[in-house]
Design a binder for this molecule. Structure first.
Ligand code: ZN
Length: 435
Protein backbone atom coordinates (compact mmCIF):
# COMPACT_ATOMS: atom_id res chain seq x y z
CA UNK A 1 0.00 0.00 0.00
CA UNK A 2 2.97 2.30 0.60
CA UNK A 3 3.68 2.82 -3.10
CA UNK A 4 0.74 4.93 -4.04
CA UNK A 5 0.39 6.72 -0.70
CA UNK A 6 4.02 7.70 -0.81
CA UNK A 7 3.77 8.89 -4.41
CA UNK A 8 0.59 10.85 -3.56
CA UNK A 9 2.36 12.43 -0.59
CA UNK A 10 5.31 13.53 -2.72
CA UNK A 11 2.88 14.87 -5.29
CA UNK A 12 1.12 16.89 -2.58
CA UNK A 13 4.42 18.35 -1.39
CA UNK A 14 5.24 19.46 -4.95
CA UNK A 15 8.16 17.06 -5.37
CA UNK A 16 6.75 15.49 -8.52
CA UNK A 17 6.32 17.41 -11.74
CA UNK A 18 2.71 17.42 -12.94
CA UNK A 19 3.80 18.74 -16.35
CA UNK A 20 5.27 15.37 -17.27
CA UNK A 21 5.60 12.80 -14.49
CA UNK A 22 2.11 13.06 -13.06
CA UNK A 23 0.07 14.86 -15.69
CA UNK A 24 -3.65 14.33 -14.99
CA UNK A 25 -4.17 12.26 -18.15
CA UNK A 26 -1.04 10.11 -17.94
CA UNK A 27 -0.72 6.92 -15.92
CA UNK A 28 1.55 7.55 -12.95
CA UNK A 29 3.36 5.76 -10.18
CA UNK A 30 3.72 2.15 -11.40
CA UNK A 31 2.81 -0.34 -14.12
CA UNK A 32 0.18 -2.16 -12.14
CA UNK A 33 -2.11 0.85 -12.19
CA UNK A 34 -4.22 -0.46 -9.33
CA UNK A 35 -3.71 -0.45 -5.59
CA UNK A 36 -5.79 -0.86 -2.44
CA UNK A 37 -5.67 2.63 -0.93
CA UNK A 38 -7.88 1.97 2.10
CA UNK A 39 -9.53 -1.09 3.53
CA UNK A 40 -11.78 -2.43 0.76
CA UNK A 41 -11.06 0.43 -1.68
CA UNK A 42 -9.20 -0.33 -4.92
CA UNK A 43 -7.95 2.65 -6.85
CA UNK A 44 -7.19 2.22 -10.55
CA UNK A 45 -5.59 4.90 -12.71
CA UNK A 46 -5.68 4.77 -16.48
CA UNK A 47 -6.31 7.91 -18.48
CA UNK A 48 -8.87 8.64 -15.74
CA UNK A 49 -9.36 7.09 -12.32
CA UNK A 50 -11.79 4.25 -11.47
CA UNK A 51 -12.43 3.35 -7.84
CA UNK A 52 -13.92 0.03 -6.72
CA UNK A 53 -15.30 -0.40 -3.21
CA UNK A 54 -16.13 -3.65 -1.47
CA UNK A 55 -19.60 -3.08 -0.05
CA UNK A 56 -19.62 -6.40 1.81
CA UNK A 57 -20.56 -9.20 -0.58
CA UNK A 58 -20.92 -6.92 -3.60
CA UNK A 59 -18.77 -4.32 -5.37
CA UNK A 60 -19.50 -0.78 -6.44
CA UNK A 61 -17.47 1.24 -8.95
CA UNK A 62 -17.15 5.01 -8.99
CA UNK A 63 -16.24 5.69 -12.63
CA UNK A 64 -15.16 2.89 -14.90
CA UNK A 65 -12.32 4.05 -17.18
CA UNK A 66 -11.88 4.38 -20.94
CA UNK A 67 -12.29 1.75 -23.69
CA UNK A 68 -8.67 0.67 -23.47
CA UNK A 69 -8.89 0.37 -19.66
CA UNK A 70 -11.83 -2.05 -19.61
CA UNK A 71 -9.96 -5.39 -19.68
CA UNK A 72 -7.10 -4.23 -17.44
CA UNK A 73 -9.48 -2.71 -14.92
CA UNK A 74 -11.55 -5.87 -14.81
CA UNK A 75 -8.41 -7.98 -14.34
CA UNK A 76 -7.19 -5.71 -11.54
CA UNK A 77 -10.52 -5.87 -9.73
CA UNK A 78 -10.70 -9.65 -10.07
CA UNK A 79 -7.12 -10.09 -8.84
CA UNK A 80 -8.18 -8.13 -5.75
CA UNK A 81 -11.70 -9.52 -5.21
CA UNK A 82 -12.31 -12.65 -7.35
CA UNK A 83 -15.83 -13.49 -6.28
CA UNK A 84 -18.26 -10.67 -5.42
CA UNK A 85 -20.42 -9.43 -8.25
CA UNK A 86 -20.34 -5.82 -9.43
CA UNK A 87 -23.68 -4.51 -8.21
CA UNK A 88 -23.48 -0.84 -9.16
CA UNK A 89 -21.38 1.59 -11.18
CA UNK A 90 -21.66 5.37 -11.09
CA UNK A 91 -20.68 7.45 -14.14
CA UNK A 92 -19.43 10.81 -12.86
CA UNK A 93 -20.22 12.32 -16.30
CA UNK A 94 -20.43 11.30 -19.96
CA UNK A 95 -16.78 11.74 -21.00
CA UNK A 96 -15.30 8.72 -22.77
CA UNK A 97 -12.47 8.21 -20.27
CA UNK A 98 -15.02 7.36 -17.52
CA UNK A 99 -17.78 5.21 -19.00
CA UNK A 100 -16.41 2.09 -20.71
CA UNK A 101 -15.47 -0.32 -17.93
CA UNK A 102 -18.79 -2.04 -17.24
CA UNK A 103 -18.76 -4.37 -20.28
CA UNK A 104 -16.45 -7.13 -18.97
CA UNK A 105 -18.44 -7.29 -15.71
CA UNK A 106 -21.71 -7.61 -17.63
CA UNK A 107 -20.33 -10.45 -19.76
CA UNK A 108 -19.11 -12.10 -16.59
CA UNK A 109 -22.54 -11.79 -14.92
CA UNK A 110 -24.06 -13.57 -17.94
CA UNK A 111 -21.48 -16.38 -17.64
CA UNK A 112 -22.08 -16.68 -13.89
CA UNK A 113 -25.88 -16.32 -14.23
CA UNK A 114 -25.80 -13.49 -11.70
CA UNK A 115 -27.64 -10.16 -11.76
CA UNK A 116 -26.23 -7.56 -14.14
CA UNK A 117 -24.68 -4.42 -12.61
CA UNK A 118 -26.87 -1.31 -12.50
CA UNK A 119 -25.33 1.87 -13.91
CA UNK A 120 -26.24 5.17 -12.23
CA UNK A 121 -25.75 8.65 -13.65
CA UNK A 122 -27.27 12.07 -14.09
CA UNK A 123 -30.36 12.40 -16.28
CA UNK A 124 -28.52 14.47 -18.93
CA UNK A 125 -25.94 11.74 -19.67
CA UNK A 126 -28.06 10.01 -22.37
CA UNK A 127 -28.43 13.17 -24.44
CA UNK A 128 -24.65 13.69 -24.31
CA UNK A 129 -24.04 10.13 -25.51
CA UNK A 130 -26.41 10.90 -28.38
CA UNK A 131 -24.54 14.19 -29.03
CA UNK A 132 -21.31 12.18 -29.26
CA UNK A 133 -22.95 9.86 -31.78
CA UNK A 134 -23.89 12.90 -33.92
CA UNK A 135 -20.43 14.51 -33.70
CA UNK A 136 -17.99 11.62 -34.14
CA UNK A 137 -15.95 13.34 -36.86
CA UNK A 138 -15.71 16.57 -34.90
CA UNK A 139 -14.68 14.80 -31.71
CA UNK A 140 -12.06 12.81 -33.59
CA UNK A 141 -10.61 16.01 -35.07
CA UNK A 142 -10.54 18.06 -31.87
CA UNK A 143 -9.00 15.29 -29.80
CA UNK A 144 -6.27 14.76 -32.37
CA UNK A 145 -5.46 18.44 -31.85
CA UNK A 146 -5.86 18.47 -28.06
CA UNK A 147 -3.56 15.49 -27.59
CA UNK A 148 -1.09 16.19 -30.44
CA UNK A 149 2.50 15.28 -29.52
CA UNK A 150 5.76 16.01 -31.32
CA UNK A 151 6.81 13.17 -33.58
CA UNK A 152 3.35 11.61 -33.79
CA UNK A 153 2.21 11.08 -37.37
CA UNK A 154 -0.46 13.54 -38.40
CA UNK A 155 -3.16 10.98 -39.13
CA UNK A 156 -3.38 8.50 -36.28
CA UNK A 157 -6.30 6.13 -36.77
CA UNK A 158 -8.16 7.65 -33.89
CA UNK A 159 -11.88 6.86 -33.99
CA UNK A 160 -14.42 8.42 -31.64
CA UNK A 161 -16.65 5.69 -30.10
CA UNK A 162 -20.18 5.16 -31.39
CA UNK A 163 -21.57 2.64 -28.87
CA UNK A 164 -22.25 3.70 -25.30
CA UNK A 165 -23.49 1.94 -22.19
CA UNK A 166 -26.47 4.12 -21.21
CA UNK A 167 -27.27 4.42 -17.49
CA UNK A 168 -30.04 2.23 -16.06
CA UNK A 169 -30.98 4.65 -13.28
CA UNK A 170 -30.83 8.43 -13.71
CA UNK A 171 -31.59 11.25 -11.31
CA UNK A 172 -31.88 15.04 -11.33
CA UNK A 173 -30.54 16.64 -8.11
CA UNK A 174 -29.64 13.96 -5.58
CA UNK A 175 -29.94 10.21 -5.25
CA UNK A 176 -29.27 7.85 -2.32
CA UNK A 177 -28.40 4.27 -3.22
CA UNK A 178 -27.83 1.44 -0.73
CA UNK A 179 -25.47 -1.36 -1.84
CA UNK A 180 -24.48 -3.94 0.76
CA UNK A 181 -23.33 -2.04 3.83
CA UNK A 182 -22.65 1.21 1.95
CA UNK A 183 -24.61 4.32 1.09
CA UNK A 184 -23.83 6.14 -2.13
CA UNK A 185 -24.98 9.76 -2.05
CA UNK A 186 -24.99 11.06 -5.61
CA UNK A 187 -25.01 14.85 -6.03
CA UNK A 188 -25.50 16.68 -9.30
CA UNK A 189 -23.44 19.74 -10.24
CA UNK A 190 -22.69 21.63 -13.41
CA UNK A 191 -18.93 21.99 -13.83
CA UNK A 192 -16.82 20.38 -16.52
CA UNK A 193 -20.09 19.05 -17.90
CA UNK A 194 -23.73 19.71 -17.19
CA UNK A 195 -24.24 16.08 -16.13
CA UNK A 196 -21.58 15.86 -13.43
CA UNK A 197 -22.07 13.70 -10.34
CA UNK A 198 -19.95 13.73 -7.23
CA UNK A 199 -20.45 10.86 -4.83
CA UNK A 200 -20.14 10.79 -1.04
CA UNK A 201 -19.82 7.46 0.77
CA UNK A 202 -20.42 8.42 4.42
CA UNK A 203 -19.49 5.03 5.95
CA UNK A 204 -15.98 5.35 4.50
CA UNK A 205 -15.79 9.16 4.58
CA UNK A 206 -14.88 8.79 0.92
CA UNK A 207 -15.53 11.50 -1.65
CA UNK A 208 -15.38 10.74 -5.39
CA UNK A 209 -15.14 14.12 -7.08
CA UNK A 210 -15.10 12.97 -10.71
CA UNK A 211 -13.49 15.58 -12.95
CA UNK A 212 -14.47 18.37 -10.54
CA UNK A 213 -10.98 17.73 -9.12
CA UNK A 214 -8.11 16.62 -11.38
CA UNK A 215 -4.79 17.77 -9.90
CA UNK A 216 -4.54 20.76 -12.24
CA UNK A 217 -6.27 24.03 -13.04
CA UNK A 218 -9.86 22.85 -13.56
CA UNK A 219 -10.69 21.87 -17.12
CA UNK A 220 -13.35 24.56 -17.25
CA UNK A 221 -12.15 26.35 -20.34
CA UNK A 222 -11.30 23.73 -22.98
CA UNK A 223 -11.38 25.69 -26.26
CA UNK A 224 -12.92 22.95 -28.41
CA UNK A 225 -15.62 21.58 -26.14
CA UNK A 226 -19.21 22.32 -25.14
CA UNK A 227 -20.06 24.88 -22.43
CA UNK A 228 -18.53 24.49 -18.95
CA UNK A 229 -19.64 26.17 -15.71
CA UNK A 230 -17.02 27.98 -13.66
CA UNK A 231 -19.14 29.44 -10.85
CA UNK A 232 -21.34 26.39 -10.28
CA UNK A 233 -18.18 24.26 -10.26
CA UNK A 234 -16.83 26.39 -7.40
CA UNK A 235 -20.09 26.02 -5.49
CA UNK A 236 -19.93 22.23 -5.80
CA UNK A 237 -16.35 22.24 -4.46
CA UNK A 238 -17.45 24.32 -1.45
CA UNK A 239 -20.22 21.80 -0.73
CA UNK A 240 -17.74 18.91 -0.96
CA UNK A 241 -15.25 20.73 1.23
CA UNK A 242 -17.79 20.95 4.06
CA UNK A 243 -18.20 17.14 4.27
CA UNK A 244 -15.02 16.41 6.17
CA UNK A 245 -13.96 13.64 3.79
CA UNK A 246 -10.93 11.58 4.83
CA UNK A 247 -10.24 10.15 1.37
CA UNK A 248 -10.68 12.00 -1.92
CA UNK A 249 -10.58 10.10 -5.19
CA UNK A 250 -10.29 12.55 -8.05
CA UNK A 251 -11.29 12.08 -11.70
CA UNK A 252 -7.64 12.30 -12.72
CA UNK A 253 -4.46 12.32 -10.68
CA UNK A 254 -3.93 10.57 -7.39
CA UNK A 255 -6.06 10.29 -4.24
CA UNK A 256 -5.68 12.79 -1.42
CA UNK A 257 -5.50 11.37 2.09
CA UNK A 258 -6.62 13.25 5.21
CA UNK A 259 -9.38 15.77 5.93
CA UNK A 260 -7.14 18.80 6.20
CA UNK A 261 -5.47 18.34 2.82
CA UNK A 262 -8.76 17.54 1.14
CA UNK A 263 -10.42 20.67 2.47
CA UNK A 264 -7.46 22.79 1.42
CA UNK A 265 -7.37 21.36 -2.10
CA UNK A 266 -11.11 21.81 -2.65
CA UNK A 267 -11.23 25.32 -1.16
CA UNK A 268 -8.18 26.53 -3.08
CA UNK A 269 -9.68 25.22 -6.31
CA UNK A 270 -13.01 26.89 -5.55
CA UNK A 271 -11.19 30.14 -4.76
CA UNK A 272 -9.40 30.13 -8.12
CA UNK A 273 -12.66 29.58 -9.99
CA UNK A 274 -14.50 32.23 -7.95
CA UNK A 275 -11.74 34.76 -8.61
CA UNK A 276 -11.84 34.19 -12.36
CA UNK A 277 -15.62 34.30 -12.64
CA UNK A 278 -15.89 37.34 -10.36
CA UNK A 279 -13.35 39.34 -12.34
CA UNK A 280 -14.88 38.46 -15.71
CA UNK A 281 -18.35 39.42 -14.52
CA UNK A 282 -17.11 42.73 -13.08
CA UNK A 283 -15.52 43.66 -16.41
CA UNK A 284 -18.53 42.50 -18.41
CA UNK A 285 -20.83 44.54 -16.18
CA UNK A 286 -18.60 47.54 -16.89
CA UNK A 287 -19.21 46.99 -20.61
CA UNK A 288 -15.74 45.65 -21.47
CA UNK A 289 -15.06 43.79 -24.74
CA UNK A 290 -13.69 40.25 -24.70
CA UNK A 291 -10.29 41.64 -25.71
CA UNK A 292 -10.16 43.77 -22.57
CA UNK A 293 -11.46 40.94 -20.40
CA UNK A 294 -8.80 38.53 -21.68
CA UNK A 295 -5.97 40.92 -20.93
CA UNK A 296 -7.21 42.57 -17.74
CA UNK A 297 -8.29 39.58 -15.64
CA UNK A 298 -5.51 38.74 -13.20
CA UNK A 299 -5.17 35.03 -12.57
CA UNK A 300 -4.08 34.53 -8.93
CA UNK A 301 -0.46 33.39 -9.22
CA UNK A 302 -0.36 31.90 -5.70
CA UNK A 303 -3.21 29.53 -6.58
CA UNK A 304 -1.56 28.39 -9.82
CA UNK A 305 1.63 27.59 -7.89
CA UNK A 306 -0.10 24.93 -5.76
CA UNK A 307 0.91 21.42 -6.85
CA UNK A 308 -2.75 20.54 -7.45
CA UNK A 309 -3.65 23.69 -9.40
CA UNK A 310 -0.83 24.12 -11.86
CA UNK A 311 -2.06 24.97 -15.38
CA UNK A 312 -0.65 21.79 -16.90
CA UNK A 313 -3.79 20.77 -18.80
CA UNK A 314 -6.33 23.55 -19.35
CA UNK A 315 -5.14 27.17 -19.60
CA UNK A 316 -6.55 29.76 -17.13
CA UNK A 317 -7.27 32.18 -19.99
CA UNK A 318 -9.53 29.55 -21.55
CA UNK A 319 -11.60 29.63 -18.35
CA UNK A 320 -12.02 33.38 -18.80
CA UNK A 321 -13.41 32.76 -22.29
CA UNK A 322 -15.86 30.16 -21.05
CA UNK A 323 -17.26 32.55 -18.43
CA UNK A 324 -17.64 35.12 -21.21
CA UNK A 325 -19.39 32.60 -23.47
CA UNK A 326 -21.79 31.49 -20.74
CA UNK A 327 -22.92 34.97 -19.72
CA UNK A 328 -22.24 36.84 -22.95
CA UNK A 329 -22.54 34.60 -26.01
CA UNK A 330 -20.11 34.07 -28.85
CA UNK A 331 -19.54 37.62 -30.11
CA UNK A 332 -16.25 39.18 -28.96
CA UNK A 333 -17.53 42.76 -29.18
CA UNK A 334 -15.47 43.67 -32.28
CA UNK A 335 -17.77 45.12 -34.99
CA UNK A 336 -15.62 43.87 -37.91
CA UNK A 337 -15.81 40.30 -36.54
CA UNK A 338 -19.61 40.33 -36.39
CA UNK A 339 -20.14 39.51 -40.08
CA UNK A 340 -16.56 39.06 -41.31
CA UNK A 341 -15.02 38.61 -44.76
CA UNK A 342 -13.28 35.24 -45.32
CA UNK A 343 -10.07 35.40 -43.32
CA UNK A 344 -7.99 34.48 -46.39
CA UNK A 345 -9.27 37.63 -48.16
CA UNK A 346 -8.45 39.76 -45.14
CA UNK A 347 -4.97 38.22 -44.95
CA UNK A 348 -4.24 39.01 -48.62
CA UNK A 349 -5.17 42.66 -47.99
CA UNK A 350 -2.79 42.98 -45.05
CA UNK A 351 0.08 41.26 -46.87
CA UNK A 352 -0.38 43.50 -49.93
CA UNK A 353 -0.46 46.58 -47.69
CA UNK A 354 2.71 45.41 -45.93
CA UNK A 355 4.48 45.31 -49.29
CA UNK A 356 4.38 41.56 -49.83
CA UNK A 357 5.07 38.28 -48.07
CA UNK A 358 8.81 38.87 -47.54
CA UNK A 359 8.14 41.93 -45.38
CA UNK A 360 5.58 40.05 -43.27
CA UNK A 361 7.90 37.09 -42.72
CA UNK A 362 10.83 39.38 -41.86
CA UNK A 363 8.76 41.14 -39.21
CA UNK A 364 7.44 37.84 -37.88
CA UNK A 365 11.02 36.57 -37.53
CA UNK A 366 12.06 39.74 -35.72
CA UNK A 367 9.15 39.40 -33.29
CA UNK A 368 10.00 35.76 -32.72
CA UNK A 369 13.63 36.67 -32.04
CA UNK A 370 12.48 39.33 -29.56
CA UNK A 371 10.41 36.64 -27.85
CA UNK A 372 6.99 38.05 -28.75
CA UNK A 373 5.57 34.76 -29.95
CA UNK A 374 1.95 35.89 -29.70
CA UNK A 375 2.44 38.71 -32.22
CA UNK A 376 4.69 36.51 -34.37
CA UNK A 377 1.83 33.95 -34.44
CA UNK A 378 -0.62 36.54 -35.76
CA UNK A 379 1.77 37.45 -38.59
CA UNK A 380 2.55 33.86 -39.65
CA UNK A 381 -1.17 33.08 -39.79
CA UNK A 382 -1.70 36.05 -42.12
CA UNK A 383 1.31 34.88 -44.17
CA UNK A 384 0.15 31.29 -44.79
CA UNK A 385 -3.40 32.42 -45.51
CA UNK A 386 -2.25 35.00 -48.06
CA UNK A 387 0.21 32.59 -49.71
CA UNK A 388 -0.71 29.02 -48.76
CA UNK A 389 1.86 27.47 -51.13
CA UNK A 390 4.84 29.35 -49.64
CA UNK A 391 7.28 26.85 -48.12
CA UNK A 392 9.07 29.68 -46.34
CA UNK A 393 5.86 30.89 -44.70
CA UNK A 394 5.00 27.36 -43.51
CA UNK A 395 8.52 26.77 -42.19
CA UNK A 396 8.44 29.94 -40.13
CA UNK A 397 4.93 29.11 -38.89
CA UNK A 398 6.15 25.68 -37.82
CA UNK A 399 9.12 27.19 -35.97
CA UNK A 400 7.00 29.78 -34.17
CA UNK A 401 4.51 27.18 -32.88
CA UNK A 402 7.20 24.64 -32.04
CA UNK A 403 8.82 27.29 -29.86
CA UNK A 404 5.50 28.24 -28.28
CA UNK A 405 4.84 24.56 -27.55
CA UNK A 406 8.15 24.15 -25.72
CA UNK A 407 7.32 27.15 -23.49
CA UNK A 408 3.66 26.33 -22.84
CA UNK A 409 2.75 24.51 -19.58
CA UNK A 410 -0.88 23.89 -20.64
CA UNK A 411 -0.88 20.60 -22.56
CA UNK A 412 -4.15 21.59 -24.23
CA UNK A 413 -2.62 24.74 -25.72
CA UNK A 414 0.60 22.85 -26.43
CA UNK A 415 -1.28 20.17 -28.38
CA UNK A 416 -2.91 22.79 -30.59
CA UNK A 417 0.43 24.53 -31.22
CA UNK A 418 2.13 21.22 -31.99
CA UNK A 419 -0.67 20.27 -34.33
CA UNK A 420 -0.34 23.58 -36.21
CA UNK A 421 3.45 23.16 -36.43
CA UNK A 422 3.17 19.59 -37.70
CA UNK A 423 0.59 20.67 -40.27
CA UNK A 424 2.89 23.39 -41.60
CA UNK A 425 5.77 20.90 -41.73
CA UNK A 426 3.55 19.08 -44.24
CA UNK A 427 2.89 22.33 -46.10
CA UNK A 428 -0.71 22.60 -44.86
CA UNK A 429 -2.46 24.96 -42.50
CA UNK A 430 -4.50 22.07 -41.09
CA UNK A 431 -3.02 18.61 -41.43
CA UNK A 432 -6.38 16.85 -41.29
CA UNK A 433 -8.09 19.11 -43.76
CA UNK A 434 -8.78 16.77 -46.70
CA UNK A 435 -8.65 19.74 -49.13
ZN1 ZN B 1 -11.94 12.82 -17.40
Amino acid sequence: MAGLREFADRLWRGEIDTVIDAHPVTVPWNDRQAEEIADGVLYYKGLAAATTIDAGGALVMLDTGAQNDAERLHAAVRAWRPAPRLAAAVFSHHHVDHVFGVGPFERESEDRHSTRPLVYGHERIPEHFRRYQRTRGWNGAINRRQFARPGLPLSPRFEWPSDYRFPDVTYRDRLRVRVGDLTLELHHARGETEDATWTWVPERRLLAAGDLFIWATPNAGNPQKAQRWVGEWAAALRQMSALGAELLVPGHGLPIFGAERIRQALDDTAGLLESIEGQVLALMNAGASLDRVLHEVEIPAAALAKPYLRPVYDHPQFLVRNVWRYYGGWWDGEPDRLLPAPRDDEAREWVALAGGLAAVLARAKALRDEGDLRLASHLVEVAVRAEPSSREAHDLRAEVYETRATLEPSSMARGIFQYAAASSREGKRDGFDPN
